[in-house]
Design a protein around this ligand. Structure first.
Ligand code: F6P
Length: 375
């Protein structure tokens, strides 16, 4: 009798709604449809390095479709730079060895951009790796969407809805910070869906004066409150220029000393950026004479039960992943393309950030309905 295929699964990077739905989909298809064996690793790549496993059978997979977070736990540990006994070590070979010892025929990695890069490294080291795209940021290249995004979009939109009534009642500006890392998908999507008056995203550096003018114009027309949806990665034109210059200085650094100086400069800019939303609210208050308040949505955007759209996407991609393992297709990410799920070589995904193109239809729609994008 042929040996049963055995597959391992892990979740890495920030958690996001839909991870459990995806684990369930891969698992149910692998166990029930293809008769494979299925094993989970705890806390991302660290679980494989430390051989920390969770048995995944029919009963473990039952009832998790609607559960937020990940039953496996997650971490941002990288295989090639993992902290072990207080120092960074390259654990790639240990991971490969552990997978071989377990007789794994496939390692399924669920994650965002960082995970795609780490998975490619493992594939290059000889592991049969296959990945799924998850993140609330929606910034993974070569896929129409990532699971987690639709849920976070709903949460951020509802938050903007709620902020409207309080901003309106107090005649205030409410600046609400939305996650998304270096991409503006979440702030743009929620800003449009929630009817924010101003939407600021990293892809379009802003001018505080232009935002203040848009808010004052609203006041002149009798609407003396405004909602500003700001992506956590959004920055002013000056800050964007300073960042670009420092990045160029690092790229061109001739020696260690210049590289260190450029790195320090970049760290200082990052530290300054941490207080950006509060600073922006204060500037707007000064320029418009309207009281302003800040709401940082933070981790509520990543928590809780996945939306129907995310459950559906995670189930589509997860079952397609089991089909591809059955066919022996590895070194790929299972991407969403229209109604289909297609394998894309990891080389085409790893290290590539999907940001909002300046001419994207969402941008055009936002402008058409009169939203200020800060430029
Ligand atoms: O990638 C998802 C995300 O929530 C980003 O939007 C955010 O910048 C980041 O993770 C926060 O990371 P952490 O969970 O490590 O604080």
């Amino acid at each position: 009798m042929a040996k049963k295929r055995r597959i391992g699964i892990l979740t890495a990077g920030g958690d996001s709604p839909g991870l459990n739905a995806a684990i369930r989909a891969v698992g149910k298809a692998a166990l029930g449809y293809y008769g494979m064996e299925f094993v989970g690793f705890r806390d991302g790549f660290r679980g494989v390095a430390e051989d920390h496993r969770l048995r995944l059978d029919k009963s473990t997979l039952a009832g998790i479709l609607t559960v937020g977070g990940t039953i496996l736990g997650t971490s941002r540990d990288k295989p090639h730079r993992m902290e072990v006994d207080g120092r960074k070590r390259d654990m790639t070979k240990v991971i490969v060895r552990n997978c071989e010892k377990l007789g794994l025929d496939a390692l399924v990695c669920l994650g965002g951009g960082g995970t795609q890069k780490n998975a490619l490294r493992l594939a290059e080291a000889g592991l049969p790796v296959i990945t799924l795209p998850k993140t609330i940021d929606n910034d993974v290249a070569m896929t129409d969407a990532t699971f987690g995004f639709a849920t976070a979009l709903g949460i951020a939109t509802e938050a903007i809805d709620r902020l409207h009534s309080t901003a309106h009642s107090h005649h205030r500006i409410v600046v609400t910070e939305i996650m998304g890392h270096r991409a503006g998908w979440l702030a743009l999507g929620a800003g449009i869906a929630g009817g924010a008056d101003v939407i600021l995203i990293p892809e379009i550096p802003y001018d505080v004066g232009a935002i203040a003018r848009a808010i004052r114009l609203r006041s002149r027309h009798g609407t003396n409150f405004s909602i500003v949806a700001v992506a956590e990665g959004a920055m002013s034109k000056q800050d964007a220029q300073a960042l670009q210059a420092a990045q160029q200085r690092r790229e061109k650094a001739r020696d260690k000393m210049h590289r260190q100086a450029a790195n320090l400069e970049l760290e200082a800019l990052e530290a300054k950026h941490a207080g950006n939303t509060l600073r922006l609210a204060k500037q707007l208050e000064e320029l418009t004479h309207l009281e302003s308040r800040v709401t940082i949505l933070g981790y509520v955007q990543r928590g809780g039960t996945p939306s129907a759209a995310d459950r559906l996407l995670a189930t589509r991609l997860g079952t397609a992943c089991a089909d591809l393992i059955h066919e022996g297709v590895f070194g790929v990410m299972v991407a969403a393309r229209g109604d289909a799920a297609e394998p894309v070589p990891l080389e085409q995904v790893a290290g590539k950030l999907k940001t909002v193109p300046p001419e994207h239809p969402w941008i055009t729609s936002a402008r058409r309905v009169g939203t200020c994008l800060g430029d």
